[in-house]
Design a protein around this ligand. Structure first.
Ligand SMILES: C[S@@+](CC[C@H](N)C(=O)[O-])C[C@H]1O[C@@H](n2cnc3c(N)ncnc32)[C@H](O)[C@@H]1O
Length: 260
């Protein structure tokens, strides 16, 4: 690994490497390191990565982010953590691990979607939209029960400060479930993004909900599998409705490692 690169970025739990590829495309002089239990080349062919970002300097390692991160990874100017709620054992320790592998003035960025549905309708969620809220509440309680809460922490800014970061801030953006007519290009892009993450059609959403909850709901909450299937089908139908007033919130926290 080349520590002499001008800028070094770390993507923690990089998944298929979407963020890492984009970062490398945007900053072709930077070195981008992705760590995950599964390495990207298992999920994307190395030639896909090379074609997507021909000048990129990628390094991808299979590392458990819930264990200490190896010093050999080097130091970074930017550490990115995205969509890891419910998978991190201990957030304060994770932020400290991030800080330890950062250069002074480096930026940590943590991005999460809160899966709690909201409505732009002043009356809140309608009766026929409640199955989606029920799915969220059940996920919240099952994941809290096993000690890996899926609900976002309200004290994230304080946790980042406690890990030594300065200039900590939080930005929140609405992700509309359905923005068919691109009235606002930014909202349209966010809406497309959420449907790309979990796929566009209700069958794919149903499979995604099911994959995430089936073990938790059957083992922790005692539901039977058929009940879980039905819940996921109902929830998926709500997400894919046209002209839905529902949205999720996207949270972005940032902090800077001090000079000393
Ligand atoms: C929901 S995905 C998020 C992927 C990516 N960060 C994104 O925003 O699309 C969670 C990722 O965490 C990885 N993961 C789960 N537990 C892990 C662990 N203990 N150590 C390293 N990676 C882990 C999974 O393999 C998966 O790629």
């Amino acid at each position: 690994m080349d520590n002499q690169m001008e800028m070094r970025m770390l993507d923690v739990g990089c998944g298929t490497g979407e963020w890492a590829v984009r970062a490398a495309q945007e900053y072709p002089e930077a070195a981008v390191v992705g760590i995950d239990l599964i390495t990207m080349d298992v999920l994307r062919k190395p030639c896909d990565l090379a074609a997507a970002a021909p000048n990129a300097h990628f390094f991808n390692y299979s590392i458990d982010y819930n264990q200490d991160w190896p010093r050999a990874l080097g130091d970074f100017d930017f550490v990115h953590l995205s969509l890891l709620a419910g998978k991190i054992d201990d957030w304060p320790t994770t932020y400290k691990r991030a800080s330890r592998c950062m250069r002074p003035n480096g930026i940590v960025e943590h991005v999460e979607i809160s899966w709690e549905p909201h409505s732009t309708d002043s009356a809140g969620l309608q009766a026929d939209e409640l199955p989606l809220m029920q799915w969220y509440r059940d996920m919240e309680s099952a994941t809290a029960n096993i000690g890996k809460p899926f609900a976002l922490r309200r004290d994230t800014c304080q946790q980042l400060q406690a890990a030594g970061f300065e200039d900590v801030d939080e930005a929140t953006f609405q992700i509309p479930f359905w923005e068919y007519r691109p009235r606002d290009p930014h909202r349209h892009k966010l809406s497309n993004w959420i449907h790309t993450i979990l796929s566009e059609n209700s069958g794919a959403w149903e499979r995604s909900f099911f994959a995430r909850c089936v073990l938790l709901f059957t083992h922790v909450l005692g539901y039977d599998e058929q009940q879980v299937r039905q819940m996921c089908q109902d929830a998926a139908r709500i997400v894919c409705r046209e002209d839905s007033p529902l949205y999720y919130n996207l949270h972005v926290w940032r902090g800077r490692k001090p000079q000393r």
